[in-house]
Design a protein around this ligand. Structure first.
Ligand code: C5P
Length: 293
């Protein structure tokens, strides 16, 4: 039986500047994405219908699952009558601001494009991805990128130094719509997202220290008002590396470290303190096929 294996990375937002809500409810963003080497593995094989199983984490699969929605979007777009058994092994923590669900959608698009011999070009996959969610196009693209509009308009940024991160996870997810709603309550006046040029320029540097002070997330304030314990954790992690940032709508907090060694040491120390610290490096490639068997 022919099986296509793909993998898709996690992301962290190095900057996330938010504007006032648009008429469609989405918020205009200026965001800098970085793809990190925590991978969800997506295997697809031909079948009459569509089905999905998930391992590596306890997660109930429902019809709204983004990977199933991605498969259906591809069927609709191309008119193919083919089905697939989709098996996802999760390496990306769920509901953490790391875009694990979006990674599954991106990986499924890439894997089924190959399994079903559709040969859709990247531009068409990008359009399907944008319909599925604001982060999905970046998970297709990977690397480092500026995201504007609701995050789906992407411009690649040439990477400078390789980045070693410690990610501090949380057991309890934070709802992205709830964090954006709280942002609107805190900032009801119309406004554009702040620019991120300074960070983009600094990202070209080989000296990671040039990034100090340039990571910023406008969703941190609303996330911390919903979860005051996260603000305490952020304060504990601030100054443990070059820069500390909440990823997306949280609750994951990332610490950029000087080197692989210092990141390994910090992760070890935080784990001893009882925090769920994991290591990740980036930027890495977007969703891609690993092998076909
Ligand atoms: O695009 P996605 O489905 O991932 O977005 C999830 C939710 O996050 C949206 O329903 C919306 O509430 C919020 N969101 C937003 N503005 C964005 C991206 C997401 O308000 N630019």
């Amino acid at each position: 039986m022919h099986i296509v294996h793909a993998q898709a990375p996690a992301k962290i937002n190095l900057a996330l500047r938010v504007g006032g809500a648009r008429p469609d409810g989405f918020h205009p963003l200026q965001t800098v994405f970085c793809a990190l080497d925590l991978w969800d593995e997506i295997a697809v094989e031909a079948a009459d219908d569509l089905s999905l199983t998930i391992t590596g984490i306890e997660l109930e699969v429902d019809e709204d699952n983004l990977a199933l929605r991605a498969a259906r979007a591809l069927q609709r777009h191309t008119g193919t009558g083919r089905g697939a058994r989709i098996a996802i092994h999760k390496g990306i923590p769920v509901a953490g601001g790391l875009a694990g669900g979006s990674a599954d959608a991106a990986g499924t698009l890439v894997a089924l494009n190959a399994l079903w011999d559709l040969n859709l070009p990247p531009s068409e996959l990008h359009a399907l991805a944008a319909d599925l969610g604001s982060d999905v196009p970046f998970l297709l693209m990977g690397g480092l990128a500026l995201g504007t509009s609701r995050g789906e308009d992407l411009e690649p940024i040439t990477p400078g130094a390789f980045q070693s991160w410690v990610l501090v996870l949380d057991d309890e997810g934070l709802s992205t719509p709830a964090v954006f709603r709280r942002y609107d309550e805190l900032h009801p006046e119309p406004h554009d997202p702040a620019p991120v040029e300074e960070l983009i320029n600094a990202l070209g540097s080989q000296a990671l220290g040039d990034l100090a002070g340039l990571f910023v997330n406008d969703l941190a304030e609303p996330a911390f008002t919903l979860r005051p314990d996260l603000a305490e954790r952020f304060n504990r992690l601030d100054d443990t590396g070059i820069a500390t940032v909440l990823s997306g709508s949280g609750p994951t907090i990332g610490v950029l470290c000087e080197s692989v060694e210092s990141a390994d040491a910090l992760a070890g120390q935080l784990s001893k303190e009882g925090l769920r610290a994991v290591r990740a490096d980036g930027p890495v490639a977007g969703a891609h096929i690993v092998r076909s068997s």
